[in-house]
Design a protein around this ligand. Structure first.
Ligand code: 3PG
Length: 211
Protein backbone atom coordinates (compact mmCIF):
# COMPACT_ATOMS: atom_id res chain seq x y z
CA UNK A 1 0.00 0.00 0.00
CA UNK A 2 0.92 3.61 -0.65
CA UNK A 3 1.52 4.58 2.94
CA UNK A 4 3.88 1.64 3.58
CA UNK A 5 6.27 2.61 0.80
CA UNK A 6 6.33 6.29 1.73
CA UNK A 7 6.73 5.45 5.42
CA UNK A 8 9.68 3.21 4.59
CA UNK A 9 11.26 6.04 2.58
CA UNK A 10 10.75 8.38 5.50
CA UNK A 11 12.54 5.93 7.80
CA UNK A 12 15.55 5.83 5.47
CA UNK A 13 15.44 9.65 5.08
CA UNK A 14 17.78 9.88 2.08
CA UNK A 15 16.89 8.85 -1.48
CA UNK A 16 19.75 8.45 -3.97
CA UNK A 17 18.69 10.02 -7.27
CA UNK A 18 20.43 8.27 -10.16
CA UNK A 19 20.95 8.51 -13.89
CA UNK A 20 21.71 5.09 -15.35
CA UNK A 21 23.23 4.89 -18.83
CA UNK A 22 23.60 1.11 -18.96
CA UNK A 23 20.89 -1.08 -17.45
CA UNK A 24 23.56 -3.66 -16.57
CA UNK A 25 24.69 -1.29 -13.80
CA UNK A 26 21.28 -1.28 -12.11
CA UNK A 27 21.45 -4.50 -10.10
CA UNK A 28 25.04 -3.99 -8.83
CA UNK A 29 24.03 -0.47 -7.84
CA UNK A 30 20.96 -1.69 -5.95
CA UNK A 31 23.00 -4.39 -4.18
CA UNK A 32 25.57 -1.77 -3.20
CA UNK A 33 22.91 0.51 -1.73
CA UNK A 34 21.20 -2.40 0.07
CA UNK A 35 24.43 -3.61 1.62
CA UNK A 36 25.13 -0.05 2.78
CA UNK A 37 21.78 0.05 4.62
CA UNK A 38 20.13 2.37 2.10
CA UNK A 39 17.82 0.10 0.05
CA UNK A 40 16.13 2.89 -1.91
CA UNK A 41 16.64 4.66 -5.21
CA UNK A 42 14.95 7.10 -7.56
CA UNK A 43 15.88 6.01 -11.09
CA UNK A 44 15.35 9.09 -13.24
CA UNK A 45 13.45 8.44 -16.47
CA UNK A 46 15.72 10.69 -18.49
CA UNK A 47 18.09 8.10 -19.90
CA UNK A 48 17.16 5.47 -22.50
CA UNK A 49 18.22 2.72 -20.07
CA UNK A 50 16.01 3.86 -17.18
CA UNK A 51 13.08 1.56 -17.87
CA UNK A 52 15.24 -1.56 -18.25
CA UNK A 53 17.19 -0.55 -15.16
CA UNK A 54 13.98 -0.45 -13.11
CA UNK A 55 12.80 -3.76 -14.53
CA UNK A 56 16.14 -5.39 -13.68
CA UNK A 57 16.10 -4.21 -10.06
CA UNK A 58 12.44 -5.20 -9.67
CA UNK A 59 13.21 -8.73 -10.88
CA UNK A 60 16.29 -9.17 -8.71
CA UNK A 61 15.46 -7.31 -5.47
CA UNK A 62 11.70 -7.37 -4.83
CA UNK A 63 12.02 -5.75 -1.38
CA UNK A 64 14.14 -2.83 -2.59
CA UNK A 65 12.39 0.57 -2.40
CA UNK A 66 12.50 1.07 -6.12
CA UNK A 67 11.38 4.46 -7.39
CA UNK A 68 11.16 6.11 -10.77
CA UNK A 69 11.78 9.84 -11.12
CA UNK A 70 11.50 12.60 -13.70
CA UNK A 71 7.96 11.39 -14.46
CA UNK A 72 6.63 14.48 -16.20
CA UNK A 73 4.04 12.91 -18.55
CA UNK A 74 1.27 10.42 -17.75
CA UNK A 75 2.67 7.78 -20.13
CA UNK A 76 5.93 7.86 -18.20
CA UNK A 77 4.04 7.18 -14.98
CA UNK A 78 2.34 4.07 -16.36
CA UNK A 79 5.60 2.90 -17.99
CA UNK A 80 7.38 3.20 -14.65
CA UNK A 81 4.66 1.24 -12.88
CA UNK A 82 4.69 -1.44 -15.60
CA UNK A 83 8.48 -1.76 -15.27
CA UNK A 84 8.08 -2.53 -11.57
CA UNK A 85 8.63 0.79 -9.81
CA UNK A 86 7.11 0.89 -6.32
CA UNK A 87 6.89 4.67 -6.18
CA UNK A 88 7.07 7.55 -8.65
CA UNK A 89 8.44 11.05 -8.36
CA UNK A 90 7.92 14.14 -10.49
CA UNK A 91 9.85 17.43 -10.39
CA UNK A 92 6.56 19.33 -10.77
CA UNK A 93 2.83 19.05 -10.46
CA UNK A 94 0.63 17.54 -13.17
CA UNK A 95 -2.93 16.44 -12.48
CA UNK A 96 -2.71 14.00 -15.39
CA UNK A 97 0.36 12.35 -13.84
CA UNK A 98 -1.34 12.08 -10.45
CA UNK A 99 -4.34 10.47 -12.15
CA UNK A 100 -2.09 8.04 -14.06
CA UNK A 101 -0.37 7.07 -10.81
CA UNK A 102 -3.71 6.49 -9.11
CA UNK A 103 -4.85 4.34 -12.00
CA UNK A 104 -1.63 2.31 -11.82
CA UNK A 105 -1.77 2.06 -8.02
CA UNK A 106 1.64 3.72 -7.86
CA UNK A 107 2.47 5.78 -4.76
CA UNK A 108 3.38 9.15 -6.25
CA UNK A 109 5.32 12.19 -5.07
CA UNK A 110 4.53 15.26 -7.21
CA UNK A 111 6.70 18.36 -7.02
CA UNK A 112 5.98 21.91 -5.87
CA UNK A 113 7.94 24.99 -4.87
CA UNK A 114 5.34 27.79 -4.73
CA UNK A 115 2.28 28.07 -2.46
CA UNK A 116 -0.01 27.71 -5.49
CA UNK A 117 1.73 24.50 -6.55
CA UNK A 118 1.61 23.14 -3.01
CA UNK A 119 -2.11 23.91 -3.08
CA UNK A 120 -2.50 21.99 -6.35
CA UNK A 121 -0.75 18.98 -4.78
CA UNK A 122 -3.05 19.12 -1.76
CA UNK A 123 -6.13 19.41 -3.95
CA UNK A 124 -4.98 16.27 -5.80
CA UNK A 125 -4.65 14.41 -2.52
CA UNK A 126 -0.85 14.42 -2.22
CA UNK A 127 0.79 15.06 1.16
CA UNK A 128 4.26 13.85 0.17
CA UNK A 129 5.68 16.50 -2.15
CA UNK A 130 9.04 16.88 -3.86
CA UNK A 131 10.64 20.32 -3.41
CA UNK A 132 12.79 20.83 -6.49
CA UNK A 133 15.16 22.52 -7.23
CA UNK A 134 15.51 23.05 -3.50
CA UNK A 135 18.66 25.16 -3.42
CA UNK A 136 17.59 27.48 -6.23
CA UNK A 137 14.13 27.99 -4.66
CA UNK A 138 15.34 29.15 -1.29
CA UNK A 139 16.17 25.87 0.41
CA UNK A 140 15.73 25.71 4.18
CA UNK A 141 14.29 29.24 4.47
CA UNK A 142 11.54 28.55 1.93
CA UNK A 143 10.63 25.20 3.50
CA UNK A 144 10.35 26.91 6.89
CA UNK A 145 8.15 29.63 5.40
CA UNK A 146 5.88 27.10 3.65
CA UNK A 147 5.32 25.33 6.96
CA UNK A 148 3.39 28.39 8.19
CA UNK A 149 0.39 28.19 5.85
CA UNK A 150 0.72 24.47 4.98
CA UNK A 151 2.01 22.72 8.11
CA UNK A 152 -1.52 22.07 9.38
CA UNK A 153 -2.43 20.23 6.17
CA UNK A 154 0.16 17.53 6.81
CA UNK A 155 2.07 18.47 3.64
CA UNK A 156 5.68 17.38 3.90
CA UNK A 157 8.50 17.70 1.43
CA UNK A 158 11.41 15.86 -0.14
CA UNK A 159 13.92 18.59 -1.05
CA UNK A 160 16.15 17.64 -3.97
CA UNK A 161 18.53 19.72 -6.04
CA UNK A 162 21.49 21.13 -4.17
CA UNK A 163 21.25 18.78 -1.20
CA UNK A 164 24.77 17.79 -0.20
CA UNK A 165 26.56 16.15 2.76
CA UNK A 166 27.15 19.65 4.19
CA UNK A 167 23.45 20.60 4.40
CA UNK A 168 21.59 17.28 4.50
CA UNK A 169 21.37 17.32 8.31
CA UNK A 170 19.87 20.80 8.30
CA UNK A 171 17.20 19.76 5.80
CA UNK A 172 16.31 16.58 7.68
CA UNK A 173 15.91 18.49 10.93
CA UNK A 174 12.88 20.35 9.48
CA UNK A 175 9.55 18.98 10.68
CA UNK A 176 8.02 19.35 7.20
CA UNK A 177 10.76 17.34 5.46
CA UNK A 178 10.02 13.60 5.19
CA UNK A 179 13.17 12.74 3.21
CA UNK A 180 15.78 14.35 0.98
CA UNK A 181 16.98 13.30 -2.45
CA UNK A 182 20.20 13.85 -4.31
CA UNK A 183 22.69 12.64 -6.86
CA UNK A 184 25.76 13.04 -4.66
CA UNK A 185 25.58 9.47 -3.31
CA UNK A 186 25.72 7.78 -6.70
CA UNK A 187 26.73 10.30 -9.37
CA UNK A 188 26.27 9.32 -12.99
CA UNK A 189 30.01 8.96 -13.66
CA UNK A 190 30.54 6.68 -10.65
CA UNK A 191 27.69 4.42 -11.77
CA UNK A 192 29.00 4.33 -15.33
CA UNK A 193 32.46 3.40 -14.07
CA UNK A 194 31.13 0.82 -11.60
CA UNK A 195 32.74 2.52 -8.61
CA UNK A 196 30.59 0.56 -6.13
CA UNK A 197 33.06 1.02 -3.28
CA UNK A 198 32.84 4.84 -3.23
CA UNK A 199 29.06 4.73 -3.79
CA UNK A 200 28.74 2.28 -0.89
CA UNK A 201 30.87 4.53 1.32
CA UNK A 202 28.69 7.57 0.62
CA UNK A 203 25.53 5.52 1.17
CA UNK A 204 26.82 4.22 4.51
CA UNK A 205 27.61 7.80 5.54
CA UNK A 206 23.96 8.84 5.12
CA UNK A 207 22.22 5.57 6.14
CA UNK A 208 20.73 6.21 9.53
CA UNK A 209 20.89 10.01 9.27
CA UNK A 210 17.23 10.32 10.29
CA UNK A 211 17.39 12.48 13.45
C1 3PG B 1 16.86 15.50 -9.42
O1 3PG B 1 16.53 15.06 -10.50
O2 3PG B 1 16.19 15.32 -8.39
C2 3PG B 1 18.08 16.38 -9.36
O3 3PG B 1 18.80 16.28 -10.55
C3 3PG B 1 18.97 16.11 -8.19
O4 3PG B 1 19.75 17.25 -7.97
P1 3PG B 1 21.24 17.19 -7.39
O5 3PG B 1 22.10 16.73 -8.53
O6 3PG B 1 21.59 18.61 -6.98
O7 3PG B 1 21.30 16.24 -6.24
Amino acid sequence: PESDVLTAIEALAVVPVVEIDDAAAAVPLAHTLSEAGLPVVEVTFRTPAARDAVAAIAAELPDFLLGAGTLVLPDMVSAAADAGARFGVSPGFSGACVAAAEKAGLPFVPGAVTPSEVGACLEAGARHIKFFPAGAYGGIATLKALDGPFGWTGARFMPTGGVRPENVGEYLALSNVFAVGGTWIAPRADIAAGRWDVIGERARAVAGLRP
